[in-house]
Design a protein around this ligand. Structure first.
Ligand code: ATP
Ligand code: LTN
Length: 326
């Protein structure tokens, strides 16, 4: 069974990305032939500062390795290193009905924010490239957050359409959504999901934040004027912080509520900052070790591309043959 997931180097990775995705990925290596793709061509569907983009790609790769993904067991690679991704995306474009893409909620949301005169065609076409990422590797399962489920379904649909037109070529992949799919919300605004693209200081805890920054951000996180510390979804600020406590401590909700019964927010926040700082320390140490010599990450990324490329090219050749391309 083959598994593939992707992460966009659109910013610095935060604890939402960690708890919602990366933390689960090392486990997958035991069960699946796993590919993890840093999707830089998806990232540039919105403007990225070139220097930052480069840093973000390196940082994302190093953090995946630091989190326990092993290049000997899995394949970690950068999307733009394998030209088959954009080639297959073009081919899929030609059989992709506009209406299918128009129905994608991510596009609707993002294009509404930017306006039709500013939004790039790449953002509209984003799901075709994502379908290409998946279909090139005969993938069975695609772990993604709830928001990406629609794109995986579209991938199945376009694969089905290709198979009908040109004969069975692609496997139909399935999305897997993490059970503990807790969405981590912004610390400064618990009604919005924690996002890499949000740049306010107190919004996100980045995986490489210093203990000082982590503490400052937690201490100033939005709560409410009530006192009790309980898992109550109607109180999004404290609920979000409690979820973080739950995920970083591994304790049950009941135990957590009991521990903080009658205690104030300040005490709770101090302890939450402590466990996040401790929780991220091993990852941060590993990251430092891995990046002591910058060439090491470069080498690992190249190795990933060298392993993925023949797999992708084989599929692309098959697709071209089926279509009558020479
Ligand atoms: P952006 O913030 O740039 O819009 P993103 O962080 O949502 O992007 P990706 O980089 O593609 O998007 O996300 C990588 C993975 O992290 C996805 O599987 C996504 O579901 C997960 N993820 C992102 N934000 C959160 C969050 N706040 N809580 C839980 N999981 C998240
Ligand atoms: N769109 C995804 C990132 C992504 C992806 C993929 C995920 C690009 N290609 C292929 C799984 C499989 C996101 O925004 N999380």
């Amino acid at each position: 069974m083959i598994l593939l997931s992707g992460i966009q180097p659109t910013g610095r990775l935060h604890i939402g990305n960690y708890l919602g995705a990366i933390q689960n990925w090392p486990e997958f290596q035991k069960k699946y032939t796993s590919l993890f793709c840093i999707v830089d061509y998806h990232a540039i569907t919105v403007y990225q500062d070139p220097k930052r983009l480069k840093q973000n790609i390196y940082e994302a790769a190093a953090l995946l390795f630091a989190a326990g993904i092993d290049q000997k067991k899995s394949i970690v690679f950068v999307q733009s290193h394998i030209s088959a991704h954009t080639e297959l995306a073009w081919i899929l474009n030609c059989i992709m009905p506009m209406g299918w893409l128009e129905r994608m909620t991510q596009f609707k949301d993002k294009s509404q924010k930017q306006g039709k005169e500013r939004v790039g065609v790449g953002l509209f076409d984003y799901p075709a490239l994502m379908a290409s990422d998946i279909l090139l590797y005969n993938v069975d399962v695609v772990p993604v957050g709830e928001d990406q489920k629609q794109h995986v379904e579209l991938t199945r649909d376009i694969a089905g359409r290709f198979n009908k037109l040109y004969g069975k070529t692609f496997k139909l992949p399935k999305a897997i959504i993490p059970e503990t799919g807790a969405r981590i919300m912004g610390l400064d605004d618990p009604d919005k999901k924690m996002s890499k693209s949000e740049k306010t200081y107190g919004h996100a805890i980045y995986l490489l934040d210093s203990p000082d920054d982590i503490r400052k951000k937690i201490m100033s996180a939005t709560t409410d004027s009530l006192r009790s510390i309980r898992f109550d979804k109607k109180r999004p600020g404290i609920y979000n912080l409690l979820t973080l406590y739950e995920r970083f401590s591994g304790d049950s909700r009941k135990d957590i509520e009991k521990r903080f019964q009658g205690k104030g927010y300040a005490k709770f926040k101090q302890e939450l900052a402590d466990i996040i700082i401790e929780g991220l320390r091993p990852l941060q140490n590993k990251y430092k070790e891995l990046t002591a010599n910058k060439n090491d990450i470069d080498t690992l990324i190249r190795q990933g591309a060298d392993k993925a490329r023949p797999m992708a090219e084989k599929t692309l050749r098959l697709v071209k043959t089926k279509m009558g391309l020479l």
